[in-house]
Design a protein around this ligand. Structure first.
Ligand code: OGA
Ligand code: MN
Length: 207
């Protein structure tokens, strides 16, 4: 793997923003070759097994559908594009550990497909005390997204009282935030919306 197609300054920008304010929103942050590979991978959606994100049955499933409606496909590295994404995330992890001493260990991620009108209500990716999801990352694969098409990721302030960021899901934008600290939600859009959501975990000792 050639290091110079993954510009280190992107990783440094992410680390300093996370250090300063707990989150980072960076446009055009995904390397173009990686973005292009992921977009063409998605176009062969037949290879990918998207499943409803809510995994419960019956009433539990109905309850989950009120919260989130996207379809997801976990990324296991089974194609070159997926492997390229995992390689990039691994380099980001090393850089964040060097800069911020976060002790990030494992990484998991999935593609998400929101159809027209679908949403993910306000939620946290992790809860204080129990979770080992430390840092969330989201990136977008949607070419030529217009603001009028909606689909924003709303990031609430740490105290939950105000909106800190409204992020349109434009191709190449990368969002990183502390999983326990920031509630967020996905607003409905007037167009199919594709993202990757991932989580860096710490290695939790069994006590
Ligand atoms: C998630 C999530 C945000 C997005 O999957 O947990 O918050 O913009 N996704 O797709
Ligand atoms: Mn989330």
């Amino acid at each position: 793997m050639s290091a110079n197609i993954f510009p280190a300054h992107t990783f440094l920008d992410i680390a300093s923003a996370v250090y300063e304010k707990g989150y980072c929103v960076l446009e055009d942050a995904l390397p173009i070759p990686l973005l292009t590979a992921l977009q063409s991978h998605l176009q062969n959606e037949s290879d990918l097994e998207f499943k409803a994100a809510g995994v419960g049955r019956g009433l539990e499933h109905v309850r989950e559908e009120l919260i989130r409606q996207d379809q997801i496909a976990w990324i296991e590295g089974e194609s070159a594009a997926e492997q390229q994404w995992l390689d990039w995330a691994a380099l980001l992890k090393v850089s964040l550990n060097q800069q911020l001493f976060l002790g990030l260990f494992a990484f998991e991620s999935h593609f998400a497909h929101y159809r027209i009108g679908q949403f993910y209500k306000r939620h946290h990716d992790a809860f204080r005390g129990q979770a080992n999801r430390v840092l969330s990352i989201v990136t977008y694969l949607n070419k030529d997204w217009q603001d009028s098409e909606g689909g924003e990721l709303i990031i609430y302030s740490e105290d939950g009282a105000t909106i800190a960021e409204r992020v349109y899901p434009r191709a190449g934008t990368v969002v990183v935030f502390l999983s326990e600290a920031f509630a967020h939600e996905v607003l409905p859009s007037t167009r199919d919306r594709y993202s990757i959501a991932g989580w860096f975990r710490v290695n939790q000792a069994v006590l």
